[in-house]
Design a protein around this ligand. Structure first.
Ligand code: AMP
Ligand code: ZN
Length: 671
């Protein structure tokens, strides 16, 4: 009896502990997911945790809480951007993990209503929800979902998304809601580029979309091709809409992109068929979906059913099962990229996953290997994250054979043996040996590529041949190439050697920004190279710039600045630059392309301008030789102030050197 009581007590205490633990874990993952956009677990695992908590809370109502993650919309507020209230609340969606759950959900409604409701079936897009506010037909602002009551202002970035109309026919006040996302192909392109530049890969399209929409630099946002589908309104004044189908039509009529695959059905068989179809065919779509959202069509019925603390009671999200498979880890190799970044790659026993045979998977970086505690021969779980790059997500440690060898991240470069260095504030390890053979080939090929200096004929094959024959080793060797020796190589026609000579000669006059990009400086992509050249103009300015000087460029963060300083401080790089100059390579930008009205002046823009997006005004200023700074400082000449300016104005008022001007004045200066 006595024992029973204590057992019971212990059990109850355990449950309370379990609930609190789950809440803490869910909160932690929310933070990682929505604010840091760096999730550690899959959506599926996350959903499972929430479900478990929901069940426990239902079973033990004494532990229910106002603030539990089960009743609160997860917040994406970072505390950095300007926050605006939603005029109508933005909700989350309840999930169903089986068609039985979906059936039960609608059967209950059918029973209460006396008839099966008509429902609209929509793809559940895997992106980032967005709220657009229009008044008098003009886009006024765009906000994230935030905590459901208020969201973060991301207007400047949203204005760069081509498919989002700035003007619409509808004149009333309206909040338009939908999902912004990366098409699968664009996501793949971005990750390929990031890999090439030695940057961390995006975990999945949703993450990439969330991270992108919160970027400080809208030029970068514009470069990444975000797109969107819209499917809802919040506040809507001056229009009566009776059904979800009508709403989709209204959105389409006003120029919003609407998913063409949405369908109306009036029975469960229809739902089932649609859900099964897309579960199977989802990988053929150009956008990524992780389920189907099923919504009651009639607005009247929607209103009658109402909302729970965080979701509508008239809709449910049917979630597909994550495509996760188990397979054996055969080997892990470490590849050295052009910038010296060392990335681990797993070789797997072939396994069918989301329509393709997978034999390799990414392991991201050293931290990830440590987290997984990988051993050779382990049974690992693999998912297709973003349905493109397979990724190892977990290990079945209980299945490990005794004596299995742990996978360790190497301390030295697997190619040249140089000790690896971890970048400051990053997870990537680098081989810093500029002569590392693994890097030399890729670096030279990159330098000669069309995107960089563009030396026609100097492709991968020839670079390899030249390296193997000891004719080139470094970038500068290209400009002192022994053409007689090249001609003596196998498969080299006299004509092609002549062409190569001409192409190399021509490349000496290539744009400075392309040259800079060609150097292959870590984290300096072609876009960043252009911006940098606009600011610094010539090579002397680069070699003498400090971290702070680089940080003055709005697009440049700490990571890029450090990388630049390190690059230009390196003796071997200085020697290369010197050789290039000797060879007659132009290491400054031709100023003639630019206007000069604002030459030598520095600018910073705050708030929203009437006639220019942030990007437009920046381009206009730069086209006249002006420079954009990233913050108010003693080097700033003009602060251009628009609507709803930030704290920059106050700061600028305290500095004598800064002139505060409005939109009209800058327009005058540009004329
Ligand atoms: P959750 O992120 O789990 O709270 O799910 C709700 C979110 O799903 C919404 O905030 C939307 O961003 C997103 N979503 C994606 N596709 C749709 C859709 N067709 N209808 C409604 N919500 C959608
Ligand atoms: Zn190396």
């Amino acid at each position: 009896m006595q024992e029973d009581f204590f057992d019971k007590l212990e059990e109850v205490e355990d449950i309370e502990r379990k609930i609190n633990e789950l809440r803490r874990e869910i909160e932690r993952h929310n933070l990682l997911y929505y604010q840091k956009t760096a999730p550690e677990i899959s959506d599926f695992e996350y959903d499972r945790m929430v479900k478990e908590l929901e069940q426990l809370e239902a079973e033990y109502p004494q532990y229910r809480q106002e603030i539990s993650p089960t009743v609160k919309v997860s917040s994406d507020l970072t505390g950095e951007g300007q926050v605006r209230p939603h005029l109508e609340r933005m909700y989350s969606l309840d999930n169903a993990y089986s068609l039985e759950e979906v059936q039960a959900f609608f059967a209950k409604i059918a029973l209460e209503e006396g008839a099966y409701p008509q429902v609209v079936l929509e793809h559940k897009l895997d992106g980032f929800s967005i709220n657009l506010f229009y008044e008098n037909g003009q886009l006024q602002y765009a906000t994230t979902r935030g905590n459901g009551f208020e969201g973060e202002d991301v207007t400047t970035n949203v204005r760069t998304i081509a498919c989002i109309p700035q003007k619409i026919d509808f004149r009333g006040r309206v909040e338009i809601r939908g999902e912004i996302f990366f098409p699968v192909a664009e996501f793949a392109r971005m990750n390929a580029e990031r890999e090439e530049n030695g940057d961390n890969l995006f975990a999945n399209p949703r993450n990439a979309a969330a991270g992108t929409i919160k970027l400080k630099d809208s030029a970068l946002v514009a470069e990444r091709k975000l797109t969107a589908f819209f499917y809802a309104t919040g506040l809507l004044e001056g229009e009566e809409i009776a059904t979800q189908m009508e709403l989709l039509k209204f959105l389409q009529d006003n120029g919003f992109p609407v998913n063409p695959e949405s369908r109306l059905v009036s029975d469960f068989a229809g739902m089932e068929a649609y859900c099964d179809k897309w579960d199977e065919q989802r990988f053929t779509l150009p956008w990524e979906i992780d389920g189907i959202v099923i919504k009651i069509n009639e607005r009247k019925l929607q209103e009658k059913l109402g909302y729970t603390a965080k979701s509508p009671k008239w809709a449910i999200a049917y979630k597909f099962k994550a495509v996760e498979k188990e397979t054996e880890l055969l080997a892990v190799d470490f590849q050295v990229g052009r910038t010296g970044a060392v990335t681990p790659r797993a070789t797997l026993a072939p396994v069918q996953l989301a329509g393709t045979t997978v034999t390799h998977a990414t392991l991201h970086n050293a931290d990830e290997i440590r987290r997984l505690d990988l051993h050779l021969g382990d049974i690992v779980t693999v998912i297709k994250s973003g349905e493109i790059i397979p990724k190892v997500t977990g290990v079945r440690a209980e299945k490990r054979k005794t004596g299995a060898k742990a996978v360790l991240f190497p301390e030295n470069c697997p190619v040249c043996g140089t000790e690896l260095h971890r970048e400051v504030e990053g997870a990537i390890y680098y081989c810093n040996n500029i002569d590392c053979p693994a890097q030399v080939h890729r670096r030279l090929t990159h330098f000669a590529s069309r995107e960089a200096v563009d030396i026609e004929g100097l492709g991968e094959k020839l670079v390899e041949q030249l390296i193997d024959n000891g004719l080139i080793k470094r970038i500068e060797d290209i400009y002192s190439l022994d053409f007689a020796a090249v001609a003596a190589l196998e498969r080299q026609a006299a004509k092609s050697v002549e062409n190569l000579k001409a192409a190399i000669e021509k490349s000496k006059l290539q744009k400075f920004s392309k040259l800079l990009f060609g150097f292959g400086i870590r984290h300096v992509g072609d876009k960043t190279a252009k911006v940098l050249v606009q600011h610094f103009g010539n090579i002397e300015a680069f070699t003498s710039a400090t971290v702070d000087d680089f940080l003055e460029v709005e697009e440049v963060g700490e990571k890029i600045a450090l990388s630049l300083v390190e690059f230009f401080a390196n003796e071997k790089n200085r020697a290369m630059i010197h050789s290039l100059e000797e060879a007659g390579v132009v290491l400054r930008q031709e100023e003639t392309l630019l206007g000069t009205k604002l030459a030598g002046k520095t600018f910073l823009v705050t708030g929203t301008l009437e006639n220019y997006s942030r990007q437009q005004i920046k381009s206009a200023i730069e086209a006249e030789g002006g420079r954009i700074l990233s913050s108010v400082s003693k080097n700033l000449d003009y602060l251009v102030v628009g609507e709803n300016p930030g704290s920059k104005v106050k700061k600028a008022e305290k500095l004598e050197n800064v002139k505060i001007i409005g939109e009209q004045e800058i327009e005058e200066m540009l004329k």
